[in-house]
Design a protein around this ligand. Structure first.
Ligand SMILES: [Zn+2]
Ligand SMILES: [Zn+2]
Ligand SMILES: [Zn+2]
Length: 338
């Protein structure tokens, strides 16, 4: 034991109590049982031995384990398993492009270990990845691309390669998936280092080209009776009048309802075309009032009630605001077995 401690190299190895993983990788089961293997494998990025956690993210899913060490994960603010950004669930390349972040970590294998050793145990600042630093357009792009809900399908078993060739004889007993390769096969085949450093990541490239070609996220809803925009992130400083001033150029405004308690507002236009015009503008440039970036979505028709009290937020307000707050993590119990 004392011999191990005396090894100066091993002192720099990473032994962690808890993994840093995203909600998708944890799975939908609120109780996750993990095994913990100190120095179980080499980190796929810095190649230092690290603590490997392994767990089953739900029934009919495949076992997941941490692939990169905690230090490397913290450095890029990514999940130790899927190596996607922890806040947005996006590939590093997409996030860094949107936030205009230059990588601090060395790209050469020689320096990587040294760098990781130096940084290990120190408090790593993730302020690099603060969306406040991005331009309104880029922030809007992040918001559009971000995955706000866990995507558990990603945890399914890999596709059975024998089945694809028509040669699997295991039938229902086969632990792999019996279907033909579809959309998410790219993520599985991707090189982990490329994903981590955001180099030529095929998934990222696909996402970025999609966002460039579609432009605005504010595609008008099918229901032509909808002529309202829903704004969130509205603090006390922003008044009804601010909205009127900003939006009046697009056409006649029927009403503006600001609910500071729920940090949201409803801009009701008199015509659909005015609303579409406003949505187009906001989708292109983002909405920024009094230096505050606001989020805009198409509204829904107000539920028809016996009376409409504008001081009281209707059901829909509360519902939408709560949904937006859902980005916060759900409580989870993780049992670690050694
Ligand atoms: Zn590492
Ligand atoms: Zn993950
Ligand atoms: Zn099979």
């Amino acid at each position: 034991m004392s011999n191990q401690k005396a090894d100066p190299n091993k002192q720099q190895w990473e032994d962690s109590e808890f993994p840093v993983v995203c909600e998708t990788c944890l799975g939908d089961n609120p109780y996750v049982r993990m095994t913990r293997d100190s120095y179980g494998k080499e980190c796929k990025i810095c190649s230092r031995p690290f603590t490997v956690f392994r767990w089953l993210p739900g029934t009919n899913m495949r076992y997941k384990k941490t692939e990169i060490c905690l230090t490397c994960a913290k450095l890029k603010n990514v999940c130790q398993t899927c190596v996607l950004d922890l806040q947005y669930g996006l590939p590093v390349q997409v996030r860094d492009q949107a936030l205009n972040v230059e990588s601090e970590a060395p790209n050469s294998d020689v320096n990587r270990q040294y760098f990781a050793q130096n940084i290990a145990g120190k408090d790593i600042s993730t302020s690099n990845y603060d969306p406040a630093k991005a331009s309104p357009e880029n922030r809007d792009m992040l918001r559009r691309l971000a995955r706000n809900e866990p995507y558990y399908k990603r945890n399914r078993p890999h596709i059975c390669s024998f089945f694809v060739k028509g040669e699997c004889t295991r039938g229902v007993e086969c632990p792999y998936r019996h279907e033909l390769p579809g959309g998410d096969s790219e993520l599985a085949q991707q090189n982990i280092k490329d994903r981590y450093y955001g180099n030529n990541d095929p998934v990222a490239n696909k996402m970025l080209s999609r966002v460039r070609s579609t432009g605005s996220s504010l595609n008008p809803p099918e229901d032509k009776s909808i002529a309202s925009l829903f704004v969130t992130g509205v603090d006390e400083e922003i008044t009804e009048n601010d909205f009127r001033q900003y939006f009046c150029v697009f056409g006649q405004i029927k009403s503006v309802v600001v609910v500071h308690r729920s940090k949201c507002a409803f801009i009701n236009f008199a015509t659909r075309s005015a609303a579409e015009l406003a949505a187009q503008r906001v989708g292109d440039t983002g909405l920024n009032i009094k230096n505050r970036p606001l989020r805009v979505a198409w509204g829904k028709a107000r539920p028809k009630g016996p009376k409409s009290d504008t001081n009281k937020p209707c059901e829909w307000f509360t519902l939408q605001t709560n949904q937006l707050k859902e980005e916060t993590k759900r409580a989870m119990l993780i049992e670690i077995c050694i």
